[in-house]
Design a protein around this ligand. Structure first.
Ligand code: NAP
Length: 295
C-alpha cells in the first residue's frame, strides 16, 4: 500500500476510479506556465515518481507551455497503465507573449481535443474540462451552451470519455447538466478560499467530483499563522495540513497539488497519511470562514 492509497478513491463518471490524492502538471512548464522547464529531466522524474507513488489522476492542459506538459507526460509515462486517468482542459489558447486568450468556438474546441489526443498519445481522453473564460479572476456568468454542445459532440464521436467544467458558476453547472453528463467541476478553492463551500456539498449529493485548483494557494502559496500553528503541533508542514484539510472536507474532493520539485511532491503525497484531530479541524475551518458563501 502506498501513502496515496490512504487518500481513498472517488469514481469519476461511474467507471474511472481516481485515488483522491493526484497531481497537477501545470508547474512543470517554464516560468509563467510558458515555454519549457529549466530542467526537463527533473520534470520527467517528478511525473514518474508521482505515478510510482500511487498517483493515478493527473491534471494537465495543452495550454500549459503550450503543449509542454502534455509532451512531458507522454515522454515520462507512455504507454500508460490502464488505471491512469489523465484529465485535460480546453477553452483557452496562449498568445505569442504568453497571454491567456479564450478559444471557445466549436472549431477551436475541436482542434484542442485533437491536439490533446496527439500530444498525449491517446485515442480517447478520459476527462475533458471545458474551462470557462467569462471571468478574469474567477467564474463569470454567461451561457456555455454552444461550446459545451460542441464538446458533447466530440464525446458522441468517441474522442472524449467524460466531460467536466472549470471556473464555473452554479448556474453554468445547471445549464451544463441539461446538455450532457458532468462528472467533475474544477474551481479555485482551498483552506483560505472557500467561496464554493455550498457548491461542493451540492455536487457531493449528486456524485460529481470537485477538484480544487490552487489547493496550496497557486502562484502565491498559502501563508497563514493558523495553518503553521496546526502544522507545528502535528509535526507536519503547512502544505500537508492544507491538503489533509481538503481530503477531510468532502469525500468528492479530488486533489491535484502542483509542484516541479521532487521534495515537495513527496511531502504533498505524504499528506494522505496525516490525521487531523477535531480541534485542529476547528482551527483550520476558521482560516477561510469569512470567504465561505455559506458564512
Ligand atoms: N482549471 C483552472 O483554471 C486551473 C488553474 C490553475 C491550476 N489548475 C490545475 O491545478 C493544479 C494545481 O494548481 P497549481 O499548481 O497552480 O497550484 P497549487 O497546487 O496550489 O500550488 C503550487 C505552488 O505551490 C508550490 N508548492 C507545491 N508543493 C509545495 C510544498 N510542499 N511546499 C512549498 N511549496 C509548494 C509550488 O512550487 P514548487 O514547484 O516549487 O513546488 C507552486 O508554486 C495545476 O497543476 C493545474 O493542473 C487549473
Amino acid at each position: 500500500m502506498t501513502p496515496v492509497d490512504k487518500s481513498g478513491t472517488f469514481t469519476l463518471g461511474g467507471d474511472r476510479s481516481a485515488r483522491r490524492l493526484g497531481y497537477g502538471a501545470m508547474q512543470l512548464a517554464g516560468p509563467g506556465v510558458f515555454g519549457p522547464p529549466k530542467d526537463p529531466e527533473a520534470a520527467l522524474a517528478v511525473l514518474r515518481e508521482a505515478v510510482a507513488s500511487g498517483v493515478n489522476h493527473i491534471d494537465t492542459s495543452d495550454f500549459y507551455g503550450p503543449h509542454v506538459t502534455n509532451h512531458l507526460i507522454r515522454k515520462a509515462l507512455h504507454p500508460y497503465t490502464d488505471d491512469l486517468i489523465i484529465v485535460t482542459k480546453i477553452g483557452a489558447r496562449r498568445g505569442a507573449d504568453g497571454s491567456w486568450q479564450p478559444a471557445f468556438s466549436a472549431k477551436e474546441l475541436t482542434e484542442a481535443v485533437h491536439d490533446n489526443l496527439r500530444n498525449l498519445g491517446l485515442n480517447v481522453i478520459d476527462v475533458v474540462n471545458l474551462r470557462s473564460m467569462f471571468g478574469i479572476h474567477g467564474p463569470g456568468e454567461g451561457s456555455i451552451e454552444e461550446p459545451l454542445s460542441a464538446l458533447a459532440e466530440l464525446q458522441r464521436k468517441g474522442l472524449v470519455r467524460h466531460i467536466g467544467l472549470s471556473n464555473v458558476t452554479p448556474a453554468q453547472i445547471e445549464e451544463g447538466r441539461r446538455i450532457c453528463k458532468i462528472v467533475c467541476v474544477q474551481n479555485h478553492y482551498n483552506v483560505a478560499q472557500r467561496a464554493d463551500d455550498a457548491l461542493i456539498d451540492e455536487l457531493a449529493r449528486r456524485g460529481i467530483a470537485y477538484v480544487p485548483f490552487f489547493p496550496l494557494g497557486g502562484f502565491t502559496p498559502l501563508q497563514s499563522s493558523g495553518l503553521s500553528d496546526v502544522a507545528r503541533r502535528l509535526g507536519a508542514t503547512s502544505m500537508q495540513v492544507a491538503l489533509a484539510w481538503l481530503l477531510r472536507r468532502a469525500h468528492n474532493i479530488l486533489l491535484i497539488p502542483g509542484t516541479s520539485s521532487m521534495a515537495h511532491l513527496r511531502e504533498n503525497l505524504a499528506a494522505a497519511e496525516l490525521d487531523l484531530p477535531e480541534d485542529a479541524v476547528t482551527a483550520l475551518d476558521r482560516i477561510g470562514a469569512h470567504t465561505s458563501a455559506a458564512a
